[in-house]
Design a protein around this ligand. Structure first.
Ligand code: ATP
Ligand code: MG
Length: 665
């Protein structure tokens, strides 16, 4: 669908009820003072409250410089080092406290105290220096969920090198593209790791990326997974590889003086997951980003030093950067890191870990929640975990899935924050502060302190606040966590995010408006409900609907674990909805289920949106970060070419679906 054609996006879903945060949560929360919103309305100085959470080498002179929009600067004149903020400064008070608890897939566990982390980050920083990495070099990390990943990130930060982490599940091609785009000549990889008990040869991907003609890797540092089952690699020949262990052996006990980075110096690049188009290298600054990650970790995630916090995402995505590594460690908490998948060795794995470490705060995604629902709540039974706080991110969460999360994972006794944000935004932008607002399934809620969202019509006129009408979600005022630019491509930065709704001739920052690419409604209660990506909007009998609402209506049906709705072209009606459905385990597809799906859509949305076909499939096509790729389904429905499917997690899914559609459509 064409994103320029979003006119008349409608919100249809009936309103949900509210849930109060439990008093025992409110009593202990970091953010209980409603004045916080007012304090941050004092733009830009309100945001200095987040910067005050950090330790600065040189304090900033000016909170915000908007003189060259959209190239905004934050905490101008300040300098700091991110590794000092995440490690060194905690030593005095909590050097023996666990910074990271790492759980290997097969059950090995490693507790890394702040003192250990300090030592390992310094030693790795010395290794990077030894192989010639200098300040401002871009170092590409292609590492799975092992301690080497956060250690290497922090080691880069220590010497002022810019890390670019590529999710380990990405192929050699995707890695090569990112190496080339970032002009990066240093790669950090590992010999291998485990997935469902199987040893994956990860170096093979590095080999292939290095051999790709366009890449120019001069040094490839290779970690070793270190375990009893697997012998380390032997390197042969004159390839660019250096074994990290060999250099580390010479750097035992090294101290590397942290480099004071200007607040505006880049800390890292993060390529967007690539649900659409060529991946963009979002460049994040040191001061503003770290301040924003720390501030939102404190107020939205409610992290305290005494907590055991577990974000079950991968560090290879922005969520892991901001909310496994930088935010939690800047606040000096204990962060859990799990190497494996939720179903290995069995479907209770996560709950067993949560019980064992007595995890207080748990973070996951709607796609994972739908998976847990599909498996059934019996896999949680008998595990004694007790979460105070739950979060979700990544896609709109259907009220059904929210309710399941609340009932079965939260035991009707935890708060849930549904956090809306993007790789580009560095941290949460729309989500409730959990002690201050009631929860509402399916709604992200209120803007974070200091954030000014709005909804625009396609022609750029602003939709009245709290009108309940849908529109283009935009952000009207800068914030410290926002990306600085698209790496090496300022024009693309302007084109992608600003041109559509800004007066690009103006040098007044107030005339520049950030386009998110999502559609949303702003309810009378002041809550935002994200309807989905505007490129997923569908036009049914002249009504423009976001996928969120249709899919939420389908998810109401008990038998259904997960659904995706896409538009199929129809000569008479223009477009008709096709519903792809994954059933809960143990349920059979039947005409009765089909009827229930249709009835639910008619009830919740309206008869005009009646699905044409309800197709039972075993899996939906997803990106490597777990998001549904509706474009692929749309192509299947319309019998078109699949287009670019390189970001699919399981490339065999479209063919499976085609086959299943033929037999049951
Ligand atoms: P790409 O930009 O490369 O196509 P992507 O947008 O999926 O990929 P991310 O930055 O990881 O990459 O995801 C941000 C997007 O995810 C948001 O723009 C929104 O569409 C969706 N999203 C994230 N969190 C939420 C949420 N809580 N509710 C609704 N949608 C969400
Ligand atoms: Mg995006």
């Amino acid at each position: 669908m064409n994103e320029d054609d979003t006119i008349g996006l409608e919100a249809r879903l009936p309103d949900q009820e509210y849930y109060r945060p439990p008093p025992k949560f409110v009593g202990q929360a970091n953010g209980t003072d409603p004045d916080i919103y007012e304090r941050f309305e004092d733009f830009p100085d309100g945001f200095s409250e987040y910067a005050e959470l950090l330790t600065w080498d040189e304090r900033w002179d000016e909170t915000f410089d908007g003189s060259d929009p959209p190239f905004f600067e934050w905490f101008v004149g300040g300098s700091l080092n991110a590794s000092v903020n995440c490690v060194d400064r905690h030593l005095e008070e909590r050097k023996n406290q666990a910074a990271l608890i790492w759980e290997g897939e097969g059950g090995e566990a490693r507790t890394i105290t702040y003192q250990d982390l300090y030592r390992q980050v310094n030693e790795m920083a010395a290794v990077l220096r030894e192989v010639g990495v200098e300040e401002d070099d871009v170092v590409t990390l292609h590492l799975p969920m092992v301690p080497a990943l956060p250690i290497t990130m922090l080691a880069c930060a220590r010497i002022g090198a810019v890390h670019s982490v590529v999710f380990a599940g990405f192929s050699a091609n995707a890695l090569a593209d990112r190496l080339v785009d970032a002009d990066s000549d240093v790669l950090v990889s590992i010999d291998g790791y485990y997935r469902r008990g199987e040893w994956l040869d990860h170096k093979a991907k590095a080999d292939e990326a290095i051999d790709t003609e366009e890449t120019a890797v001069e040094t490839a540092l290779l970690w070793s997974r270190h375990d009893d089952l697997h012998e380390g690699v032997e390197l042969t020949g004159d390839d660019p590889y250096v074994l990290v262990d060999d250099v580390l052996a010479e750097k035992q006990g090294a101290h590397v003086e942290p480099v004071a980075r200007d607040a505006e110096d880049p800390l890292f690049l993060m390529y967007t997951s690539g649900t659409t188009g060529k991946p963009k290298g979002c460049q994040h600054r040191t001061g503003g980003y770290l301040a924003y990650a720390a501030g939102t970790s404190k107020y939205v995630l409610d992290i305290k030093t005494t907590d055991t916090y577990w974000c079950a995402a991968d560090i290879g995505w922005i969520t892991g950067h901001s909310y496994i590594v930088y935010g939690p460690l800047a606040l000096g908490t204990t962060s859990v890191m799990y190497e494996g998948t939720p179903d290995y060795p069995d479907r209770s794995r996560l709950w067993e870990i949560a019980e064992r470490y007595d995890v207080d705060i748990f973070h996951t995604s709607p796609t994972a929640i739908r998976q847990f629902m599909k498996w059934g709540e019996e896999h949680l039974a008998g595990y004694d975990f007790d979460f105070r706080h739950l979060t979700t991110v990544g896609e709109p969460i259907q009220p059904e899935a929210w309710q399941w999360y609340y009932d079965h994972v939260g035991d009707e006794d935890a708060v849930i924050v549904d956090t809306w944000w993007q790789t580009e935004t560095g941290g949460h932008l729309i989500t409730n502060l959990p002690a201050l607002e009631d929860m509402k399934p399916g709604s992200a809620g209120r803007p974070c302190p200091g954030i000014e969202p709005a909804l625009y019509e396609d022609d750029g006129t602003e939709i009245e606040a709290a009108s309940g009408r849908a529109g283009n979600l935009v952000i009207e005022r800068p914030w410290p966590g926002m990306l600085q630019t698209v790496y090496g491509d300022d024009d693309r930065f302007i084109d992608e995010y600003w041109r559509r709704f800004s007066d690009t001739d103006s040098d007044d920052w107030r005339d520049w408006v950030y386009k998110t690419g999502d559609g949303a409604v702003h309810g009378q209660d002041g809550y935002y409900r994200v309807l989905g990506r505007l490129d997923d909007v569908m036009n049914v009998s002249g009504h423009r609907l976001g996928t969120m609402e249709l899919e939420s209506a389908v998810a109401e049906v008990e038998a259904i674990a997960e659904a995706a709705v896409v538009a199929r072209e129809d000569r008479e009606r223009g477009h008709v909805p096709d519903v792809y459905v994954v059933l809960r385990d143990g349920v059979e597809g039947s005409d009765d289920v089909r009827k229930q799906v249709i009835a639910s859509v008619e009830d919740e949305i309206g008869a005009f949106a009646r699905p044409d076909r309800v197709l039972f499939v075993s899996a939906l096509p997803k990106t490597r970060s777990g998001k549904i790729m509706r474009r692929v389904l749309e192509n299947i429905s319309n019998k078109e070419d699949l287009g670019d499917t390189t970001t699919l997690r399981d490339p065999s899914v479209p063919d499976q679906i085609r086959e299943q559609v033929q037999t049951n459509g």
